[in-house]
Design a protein around this ligand. Structure first.
Ligand code: NAP
Length: 539
């Protein structure tokens, strides 16, 4: 780092820290600056969650942290998903950190490369690089009750010791490929959309695409431009609405950069208009009914022998799966060199796909856009908490956590983008920031109270999740449709069933009694020095 860059980083972090308005976090910062022992924090994952968390840790004056990521760079899903046309489907002025506005977004919905560059820039601007260890894959973490530390194993056999572990693994990081009969015998290239094979030339080839969700929606038009023919194997159609995208002119970017309010107006306009859309996701919503009718009416002229109504018009309530946005999806489906195949796939042959009607359609390249193992939170990490309780045992009947952030038996372990924190209607970055804030609040309780461990009260967690599941049953996600929001038993494990404002409010501070500190609800007043002084999770 040059002297100028170091000075700029110091200025940003200092200015940013100065914005710490919240009293508790300011106290934490002051206590740490005055020499209070600082917990060693291990952040697993360097995507939006991990990076945002790390910035918040620095803002709170907590420098004893390390971020590890198994990839060779930061960015998480925005590093992995490089398929043609990959872009955000939430406007970028909202899908970015509140503390790192970017006046230079080129378009309303930024493309993947720009989002990745933004995250890289955040890492540099907020001085996170020295805290980062890339190419480190965590395989297991075990709580050592005697020492009150997490012992974390990496795939390379290294052991890390941390007082606090924060996971930022995402919900959409493990591609799912169906176990189709004969798949191993396919002779052409096969890959998942989240691991795009850029070395495979699609020009002039017959391509089969399995799945028609958010990812296929973005790449199919571009693949169709290259391939000689595309078969789209679609199990169920989606609600697809127009994407109101536009480029920002240089004049507008400069205005955002110069204005004292910067990008705040577009950010908050978008936030509130999206927040209002939550009503669409209630069962029996009139907004939902209107949207369903409008979509069906718009699709009617396209219905014909090539595209029968069931291939176009969803038979489930809008919002039950993610509502998709595109301006070229339907025109792509109508192309003469694109076929929508709705007959279920029964097997793969060396050079084609077999469907239930007995047809065999040839293909040279097989692309899976079949989503992710989204309900297997934290997998494949082996997590073992207090008294040998594994996370698999704990979540045997479905993943759940208090506010999606903490779960009993796992002291000092916090989740970012954990169970029931995904959204159907707003920006996940907003939720991640609320989680990071809340985790810092718990850490403030630990450091300022001189305590070593924080563990959510199991009854508080159970009551919270009972109520949450009741609320979830009143949403469209509970309807009869397949989606990654539910686990195999139909339990809604992924989505937050209330407005984001409700979540923000609940995560502003830690309610008294929600956590047990050092194993008891009412912690001792003057405990011995709780944290070992150390620069970071030790090896
Ligand atoms: P997805 O939405 O879960 O879609 C998976 C597709 O594969 C669906 O059409 C599904 O059919 C089909 N499928 C799954 N298993 C199948 C099988 N065994 N046989 C045939 N078809 C099968 O996955 P995705 O498109 O990767 O998107 C996942 C999520 O990632 C999105 O909901 C969104 O949150 C996020 N994403 C965001 C963006 C963005 O713009 N920011 C872009 C891409 C993805 P059914 O619908 O019938 O189950």
């Amino acid at each position: 780092m040059t002297a100028a860059t170091a000075a700029e980083t110091a200025r940003r972090v200092a200015g940013f820290a100065g914005q710490a308005r919240h009293g508790r976090q300011r106290e934490l910062r002051e206590a740490l600056a005055a020499g209070a022992p600082s917990p060693r924090v291990l952040v697993i994952g360097a995507g939006f969650g991990g990076i945002g968390m790390a910035v918040r840790l620095r803002r709170a004056g907590l420098e004893t942290f390390t971020i590890v990521d198994k990839a060779d760079g930061v960015g998480g899903v925005w590093r992995n998903n490089t398929y043609p046309g990959a872009a955000c489907d939430v406007p970028s002025h909202l899908y970015s950190f509140s503390f790192a506005p970017n006046p230079s977004w080129s378009t309303r919905f930024a493309p993947q490369a720009e989002i990745l560059a933004y995250l890289e820039r955040c890492v540099d601007d907020f001085g996170l690089r020295p805290h980062l260890r890339l190419g480190v894959e965590v395989s297991a973490a075990e709580w050592d009750d005697d020492a009150s530390v997490w012992r974390v194993q990496t795939a390379d056999g290294e052991e890390l010791e941390a007082d606090v572990v924060i996971t930022g693994l995402g919900q959409l990081n493990r591609p799912s490929i169906p176990d189709l009969d004969g798949l191993d015998e396919f002779t052409g290239p096969t890959f998942h959309s989240a691991r795009w094979r850029h070395d495979v030339d699609l020009v002039g080839r017959r391509v089969a695409v399995v799945g028609s969700g958010a990812s296929a929606l973005q790449f199919l038009p571009l693949v169709a431009d290259q391939a000689s023919h595309v078969d789209l194997y679609q199990r169920s159609p989606n609600y697809v609405i127009p994407k109101r995208d536009h480029a920002y002119t240089p004049a507008r970017q400069q205005r955002y950069a110069r204005s004292p309010l910067g990008t705040r107006p577009p950010r908050w306009r978008t936030y509130w208009s999206f927040e209002a859309r939550f009503l669409t996701f209630r069962q029996g919503s009139w907004m939902g009914a209107l949207l369903e009718k409008a979509v069906a009416r718009g699709l009617e002229p396209m219905v014909g022998p090539e595209l029968p109504r069931p291939a176009l018009v969803p038979d489930y309530p809008v919002g039950c799966k993610r509502i998709l946005q595109s301006n070229d999806w339907y025109s792509t489906l109508q192309r003469s060199d694109v076929d929508v195949v709705t007959n279920p796939i029964v097997g793969i042959e060396p050079d084609g796909v077999r469907t239930a009607d007995g047809a065999r359609r040839p293909c040279e390249v097989l692309v899976f856009a079949t989503g992710f193992a989204a309900t297997e939170f934290l997998a494949p990490l082996q997590i073992t908490g207090r008294q040998g309780v594994t996370l698999d045992d704990h979540w045997a009947s479905g993943a759940e956590a208090y506010l999606g952030v903490a779960t009993a038996s796992l002291p000092n372990l916090f989740l970012l983008y954990g169970p029931n924190t995904n959204l159907g209607h707003n920006s996940i970055v907003f939720m991640l920031e609320a989680q990071a804030h809340y985790i810092i609040e718990v850490l403030a309780d630990l450091v300022l109270g001189g305590r070593r461990t924080a563990e959510v009260d199991p009854q508080v967690e159970a009551r919270f999740n009972d109520r949450l599941q009741r609320d979830a049953q009143r949403t469209v996600w509970a309807a009869d449709c397949e989606s990654w929001y539910k686990d195999a038993n139909g339990r809604i494990t992924n989505n937050w069933p209330r407005p984001t404002l409700d979540y923000w409010w609940r995560t502003r501070s830690v309610r008294p009694g929600d956590f047990r500190y050092d194993g008891v609800a009412d912690p001792p007043a003057d405990p011995a020095e709780p944290w070992r002084r150390s620069a970071s999770p030790s090896r």
